[in-house]
Design a protein around this ligand. Sequence first.
Ligand SMILES: Nc1ncnc2c1ncn2[C@@H]1O[C@H](COP(=O)(O)OP(=O)(O)OP(=O)(O)O)[C@@H](O)[C@H]1O
Ligand SMILES: [Mg+2]
Length: 220
Amino acid sequence: MVVLEIKSLKKAYHQSSTSIEIFKDLNFHVKPGQKIAIMGKSGSGKSTLLSLISGIIKADDGDILLDGTSYKQLEESQINDFRASNIGFVFQNFHLVSYLNALENVMLPAKVCNISNPKEKAKELLKSVGLEHRLDHLPSQLSGGEKQRVAIARALIHNPKIILADEPSGNLDEETGIAVMDKLFELIDKNNTTLVLVTHSKEVALRCEKTYELSQGNLV
Ligand SMILES: Nc1ncnc2c1ncn2[C@@H]1O[C@H](COP(=O)(O)OP(=O)(O)OP(=O)(O)O)[C@@H](O)[C@H]1O
Ligand SMILES: [Mg+2]
């Protein structure tokens, strides 16, 4: 059983006369419920890989299958809905919507996906990340760690097939980073969600079942 399959993936960025080859022939799979850490030097292509898995950018060749759905076979117009229904994101810079409060941010995926009782579910998730007293705070009225906990709640509200996290503790002090990662892992374990986590921290990587190093376009 695999939830994510990457087959002969090819990706280069073209800039004026030069091209930067990121992936030549990447093959990789993740099993349901598995927690994978991806490490690697700055510029090795970690964020590019997450963008490809999320369908935000397109591969030059090869294919990605999420829960059996081939990205090659998805129409351009279907990709956004597919992503919204199946993937949850946690970014280094939180990416909360600045004019929505914590509760509204967490409920955002419900606008695209069918979620029953989104408000109750969002409240419950915010409670589980310790933010039941911050529901009506705007992102600008939250601390970094609180923002990231809102982002974690938002990433999970629609029970995605997979969570993609790009250095989620990268912008936090060490103690807050650990607390935020504790919450992420707690919720992921509770829901048996699959995780692909990019991190520069060996300690964080150790909490995953497998760690890969991205180097010269290969995961080793
Ligand atoms: N849109 C783009 N156009 C051209 N080149 C790009 C683009 N996005 C990224 N790159 C280049 O591709 C390489 C991989 O970038 P990527 O963001 O995937 O690295 P990363 O492994 O996430 O690095 P970091 O650890 O610093 O976040 C980098 O050398 C970067 O300069
Ligand atoms: Mg990156």
